[in-house]
Write a protein that binds this ligand. Structure first.
Ligand SMILES: C[S@@+](CC[C@H](N)C(=O)[O-])C[C@H]1O[C@@H](n2cnc3c(N)ncnc32)[C@H](O)[C@@H]1O
Length: 489
C-alpha cells in the first residue's frame, strides 16, 4: 500500500473514532497517535487501519482499550486543590443555606479516570459531615475497574494537598488501599460524554448540585465541547455548580451559565431561578453572566471569607525571578497619566465603582507602597471579577511580592477572561519558568509567539509597559530557545 493510501486510511480511522467518542486528534500529535494505533493493531494481529476500524466497530471492548491508550488518564488526589477548597468553603455552605443540612448533595465526577477526583470529593464531604451521592463516570472501562478497586500507588498522592487522604488509606508497601468509608460513597459507571445519553434519570445524571468535569474537554473538538457544555448545563439543578480545570476550554458561550470568579478560580453555575437568569447582569468578556450586579448571600459569604487565611497555598515559596523582568513593572507603569486619572475620580465611591480608576489608583500606590497596592488590588479583583487587567496586575504584584503560586492563580483568571492576551501568557510562562515548570512554560511562550505572529510588530501591547509585539515575540522566542536547548538551569 502506498504512503498516501496508508495516510488516508489512518485519517478515516481517526474520523471514525472522533465520530464515536468525540475525541479530537491534534495534527501535531498524529505521529504519536499512529504509533499507538500500530502497537494496538500488532497486539490484535491486524495489518491495516481499515481492517482495524472494522474490528473496532464490532468489538466495543477493543474500542475501549484503544481509547485507554489514546487518552491520558492522568489524575491524582486533590488535583487543583483550590477547587476542593471552593467546594468546602462555597459550594457546601451555599447548598446548606438553600436546602438545609439533611438533604444529600448530588455530585458527579465526569471523566473521573481512576477515581482520585471523586474520592477527593468524598473525603471533603466526609470531613464536612455532608450527606451526598457521588456519581463518577468515564469512557474507559479499565480506568473504572481500577477506580473501583481503590488501591493506589504513591504517584496518586503527588499533589500538594494529598496529605488529606492519608487518614483514609491503609498502607502496604507501595500500595494504599482506600477505606470502605470513602469507597462506598462513590458509584462508578461507564458513560461517554460525547454521546447524547444524558441528562437521563436512568443513569442518574439529572439534578446535579455539583459537577466536576476537569481535564476531559481538552480531548474534544469545539463542536463536541459545545454539545457537552449544553448537556452538562441541563444536568445541573438550579443553583448547581460546574467546575472545569483551569486549562479547559471556556463554556460560557454555549449555555446560560453564570460565571463566578473568586480566589479559588473561575466557576460556572446554573442560575438559581428563571428570574435570576433573566436579570440584567454584568457580562464576561466571553458573554457569560455574572451574578455580581446585586449582591447575593453567596457573594456576601465570599467577601466574608476573603478575611480567612488562605489555607490552600503555602504561605511563601522561594521565587526565582523570571528571565523577563517582572519586578517593579508596576512602579514604572505609574509614569503614565495615572495621577491625572486618579485625581478626576478621587472620591472613594467612584474609586470603588470604577475599575479604570481602581487600576490607576493601584498603579499609583504601587510606586511607593507595594503591599498596600496588593491589598487594594486584591479587593478590586473581588469587586470587579471580570476585569482582566486587574487580575493581571494582581499577578504582577504577587510575583513582585515573591508569591509565584498565587500570582499564577491570578494570571490564570486573566487568561480565562482573555485567552488572547499576550502579556498574560508571557507573564504566566515567565513565572512558571522561574518555578522550574518548563513544559508548561514552553506551552505559554509558544502561545505568545503564535499570538504575536497575528499582530503588527510595532503595536504596543495592551497591559504592557510600552513593549511592542516585536519586543515580546523576541523575548518569548529567546526563552523558548533557552529552555529547549536545555541551557536553562
Ligand atoms: C486526564 S483524565 C482527567 C481525570 C480527572 N477528571 C482529573 O482532572 O484529574 C481524562 C479522562 O477523560 C476520559 N475521557 C476521555 N474521553 C471521554 C469521553 N468521551 N467520555 C468520558 N470520559 C472521557 C479519559 O478516559 C480519562 O480518564
Amino acid at each position: 500500500m502506498s504512503g498516501a493510501e496508508n495516510e488516508s486510511e489512518f485519517r478515516d480511522l481517526l474520523d471514525w473514532v472522533t465520530k464515536h467518542t468525540g475525541l479530537k486528534f491534534r495534527e501535531d500529535q498524529h505521529r504519536h497517535t499512529m504509533t499507538t494505533l500500530r502497537r494496538l493493531m500488532k497486539m490484535d494481529c491486524v495489518e491495516g487501519f481499515t481492517e482495524f476500524r472494522r474490528r473496532l466497530e464490532r468489538n466495543p471492548q477493543l474500542l475501549s482499550d484503544a481509547i485507554d491508550q489514546l487518552t491520558v488518564g492522568e489524575t491524582y488526589f486533590f488535583r487543583e486543590h483550590q477547587h476542593f477548597e471552593f467546594v468546602r468553603q462555597k459550594v457546601i455552605p451555599d447548598f446548606r443555606t438553600r436546602r438545609g443540612h439533611h438533604e444529600p448533595i448530588r455530585a458527579w465526577s465526569a471523566g473521573c479516570a481512576t477515581g482520585e477526583e471523586a474520592y477527593s470529593l468524598a473525603i471533603v464531604f466526609t470531613q464536612e459531615h455532608v450527606s451526598s451521592t457521588i456519581l463518577a463516570t468515564d469512557l474507559s472501562t479499565a480506568a473504572i475497574e481500577k477506580a473501583q478497586r481503590a488501591v493506589f500507588r504513591p504517584w496518586s498522592f503527588r499533589g500538594q494537598a494529598s496529605d488529606a487522604v492519608r487518614p483514609f488509606v491503609t498502607e502496604s508497601g507501595d500500595q494504599f488501599t482506600l477505606s470502605q468509608r470513602i469507597k462506598r460513597r462513590v458509584q462508578f459507571q461507564r458513560l461517554n460524554l460525547a454521546a447524547n445519553t444524558y441528562p437521563a434519570a436512568d443513569n442518574g445524571t439529572c439534578n446535579m448540585d455539583l459537577i466536576l468535569c476537569r481535564n476531559v474537554l481538552i480531548y474534544f473538538g469545539a463542536e463536541t465541547v459545545c454539545e457537552i457544555s449544553r448537556r452538562l448545563f441541563k444536568c445541573l439543578a438550579p443553583g448547581g455548580w460546574l467546575i472545569t480545570a483551569s486549562g479547559d476550554p471556556r463554556l460560557v458561550e454555549h449555555a446560560d451559565y453564570e460565571v463566578v470568579a473568586c480566589d479559588h478560580g473561575v466557576f460556572y453555575r446554573r442560575p438559581l431561578n428563571a428570574e435570576s437568569a433573566a436579570k440584567p447582569a454584568a457580562k464576561t468578556a466571553a458573554g457569560g453572566r455574572l451574578r455580581s450586579s446585586s449582591p447575593t448571600d453567596f457573594e456576601a459569604r465570599q467577601r466574608a471569607s476573603e478575611t480567612l487565611p488562605d489555607k490552600t497555598l503555602p504561605a511563601k515559596t522561594p521565587f526565582a525571578p523570571p528571565a523577563y523582568p517582572v519586578t517593579k513593572r508596576v512602579a514604572s507603569v505609574t509614569t503614565f497619566n495615572a495621577a491625572d486619572d486618579f485625581a478626576e475620580t478621587s472620591s472613594a465611591r467612584q474609586r470603588r465603582d470604577d475599575s479604570d480608576a481602581c487600576l490607576a489608583q493601584i498603579k499609583l500606590v504601587a510606586a511607593t507602597d507595594p503591599d498596600r497596592a496588593l491589598q487594594i488590588c486584591r479587593t478590586a479583583t473581588v469587586r470587579h471579577p471580570l476585569v482582566e487587567e486587574l487580575h493581571y496586575l494582581h499577578g504582577v504584584l504577587l510575583a513582585d511580592a515573591d508569591q509565584p503560586l498565587m500570582a499564577l492563580e491570578s494570571i490564570r483568571k486573566a487568561i480565562f477572561l482573555n485567552r488572547s492576551s499576550v502579556m498574560s501568557h508571557f507573564l504566566f510562562a515567565s513565572i512558571q519558568r522561574g518555578q522550574g515548570q518548563y513544559g508548561s512554560a514552553c506551552k505559554h511562550f509558544r502561545r505568545v509567539c503564535e499570538l504575536c505572529a497575528l499582530g503588527n510588530p510595532n503595536d504596543v501591547l495592551p497591559m504592557s509597559n510600552g513593549e511592542t509585539i516585536a519586543d515580546i515575540a523576541v523575548a518569548a522566542q529567546s526563552q523558548l530557545s533557552r529552555i529547549e536547548s536545555r541551557r536553562d538551569p
